[in-house]
Each structure stands twice: as C-alpha cells, then as structure tokens.
Design a binder for this molecule. Sequence first.
Ligand SMILES: [Ca+2]
Length: 443
Amino acid sequence: MKANSASRIIAGMMKHLIRIHKPHRLAVAAIACVLSLTAGAASGHALDVSASYRKNAEKAFDGFLQSLWPEAQQRGISRKVFNASVQRISLQWDIPDLAPPKIAGEQPAASRKRQAEFGSPGRYFSDRSLNQLAQIGRRNIGKYAAAFDRIERRTGVPRQVVAAIWGRETAFSNARIPHDAMSVLATQAFLGRRPDFFRPELLAIMEIAQRGIVPVAHLKSSWAGAMGHTQMLPGLYLKYASDGDGDGKSDIWNSIPDALATTATFLKASGWRPGLSWAYEVAPSSALDCTLEGPDAGRPVADWIASGARRVAERKWPARINTVKSYLIMPAGRFGPAFIATDNYYAIKNYNESDLYVLYVGNLADRIAGGGAFKTRWRDVDTFTRAAMKQVQSRMVGLGYNVGDTIDGLIGFRTRTATGMHQKKLGMAVDCWPNKPFIARLK
Ligand SMILES: [Ca+2]
C-alpha cells in the first residue's frame, strides 16, 4: 500500500478522533491496526437534531456550565479561570456516543452505538502489525533510554510495558489528537451517555487549567476526553502526574517522558509487582477448569501447577513464583490461549477494562522484549451483536447466574464462567464460551 493512500484511509477512519501526520512508512500499517481498535473510531455517528432543539440545548448548556461554579470553587478554581473555561467551551455536536436529554419537550434519538459483531479475539492480534509496532517500540525505547531508566527505577514497571501502552494508545505519538478537551468533556457531561462519569472529569480539567501547567490551548484530547501521548483522563492526571524529563512540571501533552512517567506511576499505584510477568501462557493440555477464571478465583501459582498448569513450549516457571497470587485468564474460553496472570494483569486492566486490551498490551510488551505470538491459536467462535448477547445474558440472569454488574452484551469473564457453570449443569462439554448450541439450550 502506498503511504499516501494508507494515510488517506487512516485519516478517514479517524475522522472523529485522531489524524495522522507525516506517517512513517513502516508505521502506517501498524498504526492503521492500532487506530482501528480504538472504540468509536467509525464515522457516521453524528446526532440528528432539529434547529430548535439545538438552540434550546445551547441555552440549557450555558445554565449547566454556570451550575458547576460552586463545585469548581470548592476545588480551588478561581472565578477568572472558571469564566475563561466556560467562555472557550462549546458543544461538540459531531462527536460519537451522545444521548441528548429531553429539553423543552424534545428529545432526539441517541447517536447510533456501534453494533459491531464480535467474535474470536484472534482478529485483534495481527502478527504483522504487532511485529511492526514492536520494532517501532524498540526504537523508541532506545531513543528515550534515559527517561525509561528513571521510570523503571522509580516505579518498577518495565519499559516494554509502558512502551506497549504508548504504542497501543497513540501508535507512539504518530497520531495527532485534535479535540479541545474541555469542550469534549463538557459535551460528554451534558449530552453524553455517561454524564455522571464525565462531570467530575470536566471539573478536573478546569483544575488543570487553574494550575497553569500548559496553555489551555494545549489541552487536547480524543473525542472521549483522553489526553496526551498515553491518553489519560484529567482525573487520573491530577492523581498521578509525574515529571519524566526533570524540568519540574508534568506536561503529558507535549513531553513524551512526562506522559510515560505518569502512566508508569498509575500502573505502580494500580498494584504493579516488579519482577513478575503480566501473565504466563499455559498449554491447553493443562485442562484447567475454565469456570475458575477471573479475579475472584485468585490462588497461589503452586495451586494451579498442582491442578495441572504447564507453561507452553516446555517453558519453566520462574524461580520463587509458587506463592505468588495468580488468576486464570481464558479470553475465548477453551477456544484460544489460556494464561496464569499476576496482579500486573489487573494493573494494566485498570488502564482499560477490556481483557483484549490487556492481552494486546501484554503481548506487544513481550514482543518488544523479543518474544512472539501466543503459542495457542485463537479458534473460530460464533459471533454475536451486543444486542443479541444482551438477550443471552438476560436469560442467564433469569437462571440465577451472575454475568457481571450490568447486562452489557460483552462476553466478559463472568459471562464466560456462568456459561461454563451452566454447561456443567446441562452435561455439555465445558468450554466457557456461549456458542450457538449452548444458547439453543437456554430457551
Ligand atoms: Ca516534565
């Protein structure tokens, strides 16, 4: 693919999120892969609102912004900074994931949520793009060696892991982040699907403006409000801001070392344990009970080994690992790789709650360190829309199973373990994946 046409395709994909500038030839395919994984990247999600709704909403929005003043004041934000923030904020009607409230008797339909079919996690793990990203990652680890040395000394988080998050989030800063963070966060807090989540983030970015770390015009984000080279929300920045280049301030928007240091500080605070891998892939022949997957069934590694856990490719377990608390992870049930994960798995998961995100970052980190693909192949599984999977989950809740805090249509570990438990009860093969023959038995 020619670089020109590739960057056109990428730019089209990223209409609402990020634009590529000066793509490195090698980086183009890898970047396209990373960015296509980014939620909401697809276009065609804009709201369809009448002129009257728009006018009334703009007016109500002004009232909403003014109503934030008491909380802003409590946070130490001055009237001057508050007024300047309110003045620069404008509703961003074209960002995805909006669900406008009823205003003056009118309520437009929410913007379409992406109803992508999802199936085997295998499609996220393209060897070609992961290897290209790993190559770019190694080059950047060389380029920023001094910063990574300091970060590792301070946090104990390996450079490969921090670099992998950087690669996954912005393709090593090859992506440009075009949105005004304040306006995006205000829009999400007023018109978005999760106003309660975004309201404190909006106040947090006003607090960042109050601190005057960078000019307010530098506060750029994705359409979902994530900022800087490693894409952090304002609330996380306020908690974990770190100085990676030693100039005394934490500028995650302009300084790559600062962004990397802040991300590593977050991982350390999320329970990163130095000296341990994020996970150890285990052979399918280990035949571990897939209903024991997840954070609730943690136990010492020695217990898994006693239950038959063997590492892939005859690898040895590291020394002194027997007493380390660990967890079984089987993202595709018995239809893909299985892992004995450490607390470091959940530290990465704290950055992004998707198991596939953790696996992607973990595998990219391993590849940057010289490793390769997972040894067990992802096999084909039946695919579902979220709406269809929600129905399946509702039926399982009706049978008394816990499929997670919400019926979300995603096949997370609770849906997988509940599937396995019901398969046991029905006398079916226990694979912990809700394939069609299993769903047929739910009716
Ligand atoms: Ca700095």
